[in-house]
Design a protein. Structure first.
Lengths: 224, 385
């Protein structure tokens, strides 16, 4: 029984989405503004945040950034897809995924479940690559001994890539393996996530050691 | 202008008269051979007007000199008349030529062109009228362009506004639809609402997509794509298992996968809805005759074909060829969006009837030359139908 923190300012849309999510089996806490959402988040434990981009006051991107400062909670943006800036902005702010409004409940359900799956634990010993330590069992990642905090999607991306070191994965494959999107998914999701991941684990993002770009093909982990 | 011409003619005439009489006076004192005399000196009555000593044969050198003078005078006269004529005509023709040139530029789209009128004659008046007409045209066209831009902006804004109520409705219609307690009229009503909300969603999404093309904000997100894979997935995702695809393996092209899928889905959907099985999708690479390569994708059905009157309008927005047909599931914008997607790639879509029956739509997209295109031989020319 996962808890969704729904942040949507339009009353009818909020009511409708809340109703739909409850019927899908989620517990829902609804917030009308970004500020209310941040307050709510501190008070109650939510498992996933569904966040509208267009909010009065603090906009969705800013809320996402602030959430990310202290937490790795999965965030799904609700965008109007007016402009591709919406999507890119959301990804750069740290969102794990996005859905386009109006959204059918089953689509939102599928995305929420996919993002929650990313935090599933595996049963294997910790692996070390250079300065990077990845423990699949406890889902801990350390760089040079320091814990690295990763939201579920970045974590899953790292796990998928490092699960087959030196193997090249195309963006299409990553979209399917990490986001569980169909082949028409937006490959910018992959690029934005790689950027965020590199910023956290690479010593020099202009010359990445762990997450390497293979031009014309995709990404690969190492060789370190 | 008339004055210029008149003056020009008078000058030329005067010059000729002066030159001629000078020459006549000069040689009148000599008697030349009879026929030349008659030619040069003219009839008797004319000769008597001038002091002469007829009957005296002219000495040879004089005769030769006279001939030379005659030639020189004729030549000079010709030169003067020609020069004067050219000068006069140029003065007249030059403003006319400028006017013609300006008109050509205007019809080419440059409505800002104006000419400086010179003088106050009829030509200057014509130039002034021309300038006035160009100004009025420029204003009018500007107004129309603004109106069109506003109309498109409005359509886009309306669609955005519609999305808000639609979000709430979309989230809950299936709750009504799936409610076990509803029966009879209520159940029918719930089903109707559910379908219409989804239809409205599609329509609004299409309208917004079109408004993005109109506003110029649509962008291409390209990726190296295996054509056979994307075609196969397009068909499978929609359950079109009875559509056959003939795409060479290993054909990799850089294109926007999502948009390509939209184009193909629309064409195949139309083929199935308005045409008839069998429907085939064929793809291949062709040289475009200018050193470049194009990816062509044909969607061919075996229905009744396209009514010829409809063909030029097929890609118009909201165009429905068969108005008597029950309204379709689509928005009426499918082909227009497909066309815009092809255009965004730098390509185009052609529609026509296949010689073997049925309709055939051909998508032609340019392929970036520098990318390695694997596994397929280039064909010299697309297959002629």
């Amino acid at each position: 029984m996962a808890t969704v923190l729904l942040v949507e300012d339009d009353p009818a849309a909020r009511q409708g989405l809340e109703l739909a999510l409850r019927r899908l089996g989620y517990m829902v806490r609804a917030a009308e503004t970004g500020e209310a959402a941040l307050r709510d988040f501190r008070d109650a434990a939510a498992d996933v945040v569904v966040l509208d981009v267009m909010l009065p006051g603090l906009d969705g991107f800013e809320v996402c950034r602030r959430l990310r400062r202290d937490s790795d909670i999965p965030v799904i943006m609700l965008t109007a897809r007016d402009d591709d800036l919406d999507i890119v902005g959301g990804l750069e702010a740290g969102a794990d995924d996005y859905v386009v409004k109006p959204v059918e409940p089953r689509v939102l359900d599928a995305r929420i479940r996919a993002v929650l799956r990313r935090t599933a634990r595996a049963d294997s010993p910790a692996e070390t690559y250079g300065e990077l330590m990845i423990d699949r069992g406890s889902l801990i990642v350390r760089r040079a001994g320091q814990d690295v905090s990763l939201p579920p999607t970045e974590l899953r991306l790292l796990l998928v890539l490092s699960g087959s070191p030196r193997q090249v994965f195309s963006r299409e494959q990553l979209l399917s393996l990490v986001w569980e999107h169909d082949y028409l998914g937006d490959s910018r999701l992959v690029d934005a996530c790689v950027q965020r991941l590199r910023a956290k684990i690479e010593t020099d993002t202009s010359e990445p050691r762990y997450i390497q770009t293979v031009r014309g093909f995709g990404y690969r982990f190492g060789p370190v | 202008m008339r004055t210029r011409l008149v003056i020009a003619f008078i000058v030329v005439a005067l010059l000729s008269a002066i030159a001629s009489s000078w020459f006549h006076t000069l040689i009148a004192s000599y008697h030349l051979s009879a026929w030349l005399d008659d030619v040069i000196l003219g009839p008797g009555w004319l000769q008597s007007l001038v002091h002469t000593d007829p009957g005296q044969p002219a000495p040879h050198p004089v005769r030769h000199t006279a001939l030379v003078f005659f030639g020189v005078e004729a030549g000079l006269l010709l030169a003067m008349i020609t020069t004067a004529a050219i000068a006069a005509s140029r003065r007249v023709l030059q403003p006319v030529r400028r006017l013609a040139h300006a008109a050509t530029r205007m019809s080419g789209g440059d409505l800002s062109v104006r000419i400086q009128p010179r003088g106050r004659d009829e030509l200057a008046q014509l130039v002034t009228s021309f300038n006035g007409m160009a100004s009025a045209l420029e204003d009018k066209v500007g107004e129309l362009e603004q109106m069109e831009a506003r109309a498109r902006q409005f359509a886009g804004d309306v669609s955005h506004e519609l999305r808000t109520p639609l979000t709430a409705m979309t989230a809950v219609t299936d709750i009504l639809y799936e409610h076990p307690g509803l029966a009879g009229d209520a159940a029918t009503a719930a089903r109707l609402v559910h379908h219409e909300v989804l239809h409205l969603n599609r329509l609004v999404e299409d309208l917004i997509e079109i408004s993005r093309f109109d506003a110029g904000t649509a962008q291409l997100a390209t990726d190296d794509t295996d054509v056979a894979t994307v075609v196969g997935r397009c068909l499978r995702a929609r359950g079109w298992t009875d559509v056959s695809a003939d795409v060479p393996a290993g054909l990799t092209v850089r294109l926007d996968r999502r948009r390509f899928d939209i184009i193909l889905a629309n064409l195949v959907g139309n083929a199935l809805r308005h045409g008839a099985l069998p429907v085939t999708v064929t793809a291949g690479l062709h040289s475009d005759g200018h050193g470049g390569t194009r990816l062509t994708v044909d969607v061919h059905d075996h229905g009744d074909g396209l009514p010829p009157a409809a063909i030029p309008h097929l890609f118009d927005r909201f165009y429905k060829a068969d108005t008597a047909r029950a309204r379709s599931e689509g928005s009426g914008l499918g082909l227009a969006i497909a066309w815009e997607n092809a255009r965004l790639h730098g390509g185009h879509i052609d529609a026509g009837n296949h010689s073997g029956g049925g309709a055939i739509f051909t998508v032609s997209l340019p392929v970036n030359g520098y990318l390695p295109i694997s596994g397929t031989e280039l064909q010299a020319e697309p297959a002629r139908l």
